[in-house]
Design a protein around this ligand. Structure first.
Ligand code: GTP
Ligand code: NA
Ligand code: MG
Length: 290
């Protein structure tokens, strides 16, 4: 099938970078909300997935990732499900270990990068140093003849944020991201947790459409979707490609694990069988590993 005949889906953009370089603050600005203030200790603890309607009306799904060293696997996951990475570098701190690690994930995932040099409002900001440090680590930035765009911003004052938005929109338009909205759905678990209403997994849908009543399998767990909720906790009747959704209705004692692939099954029997097959496969691998 000719992929250009498929309908466009919202691009998935992951914000990555060193701890406290301002990822959540930039995302706040784009969403015009204030998540940072609500975070425990100002540290992002999970992959937040947010659907943002940009000034042009285009919908983009943003993933926020924790910069703390302990959350390596989450960043890895973020990079793997994304179409585009925004690498945030604080102008007063330049390239740091998690900057390099984020860069490594983005390269491994073979996705384009936009660099956002943030906190340029600060007295101690040194944009040139950030650029030369990035270049020294092999980032082929525009200023040095490469094709990686660099935007200088302040998530605090809003300086450069229009440019930043424009860059994201231009690059995502160029990528011309499309997906099949019909057929058996596929996605990835971003995170999962146990909430008062039950086991919940946040799933990024890559193709197909999920609806309440659908059968799915994720890792070794299956579900008949009881309900779907958007990031605001509002119940929705379908989840389309390029969007993240909270799914309730998991059958097992445990919710699926972050990073698990989600596949739709035509009926409960086949969802169960797929989960069972994976359990056996895991057991075989464990035996081989002994
Ligand atoms: P983690 O999720 O913990 O990795 O941090 P983060 O990268 O999401 O950074 P966060 O948005 O939490 O910002 C860290 C601190 O930097 C906060 O105190 C912000 O208010 C501050 N900050 C973020 N952007 C700017 C900026 O552009 N200018 C200034 N002066 N401060 C900023
Ligand atoms: Na922080
Ligand atoms: Mg954060």
């Amino acid at each position: 099938e000719d992929p250009s005949s498929l309908p466009p889906r919202p691009p998935v953009v992951t914000i990555m970078g060193h701890v406290d370089h301002g990822k959540t603050t930039l995302l706040d600005w784009l969403r015009k909300s204030s998540i940072v203030a609500k975070e425990h200790g100002g540290i992002t603890q999970h992959i937040g997935a947010f659907s943002v309607k940009m000034s042009t009306g285009k919908q983009i799904t943003f993933l926020d990732t924790p910069g703390h060293a302990a959350f390596l696997s989450m960043r890895q996951r973020g990079a793997n499900v994304t179409d585009l990475v925004v690498l945030v570098v604080a102008a007063d701190d330049s390239v740091k270990p998690q900057t390099l690690e984020a860069l490594k994930h983005a390269r491994a995932a073979k996705v384009p990068i936009i660099v956002a040099i943030n906190k340029i409002d600060k007295e101690s900001a040194n944009i040139e140093r950030c650029k030369s440090d990035l270049a020294a680590h092999g980032v082929e930035i525009e200023d040095y003849g490469g094709d990686v765009q660099v935007v200088c911003v302040s998530g605090k004052t809003g300086l450069g944020m229009d440019d930043f938005e424009e860059n994201i929109l231009l690059l995502s338009d160029m990528l011309d991201i499309r997906a099949e909205p019909d057929g058996m759905a596929e996605g990835w678990v971003l995170e999962s947790s146990i909430k008062p209403m039950g086991r919940v997994a946040t799933v990024l849908v890559k193709r197909g459409t999920l609806r309440p009543g659908d059968y799915i399998v994720a890792g070794i767990v299956h579900a008949k979707i009881r309900s779907l909720r958007n990031e605001a906790g509002v119940e929705i009747d379908k989840a389309t490609p390029g969007t993240a959704v909270e799914i309730l209705g998991w059958k097992d004692d445990d919710p699926p694990a972050a990073g698990d692939q989600v596949l739709q099954a035509p009926d409960e029997g086949r969802a169960k069988a797929a989960a069972h097959y994976r359990i056996e496969q895991k057991e075989r691998e464990e035996v081989i590993g002994q």
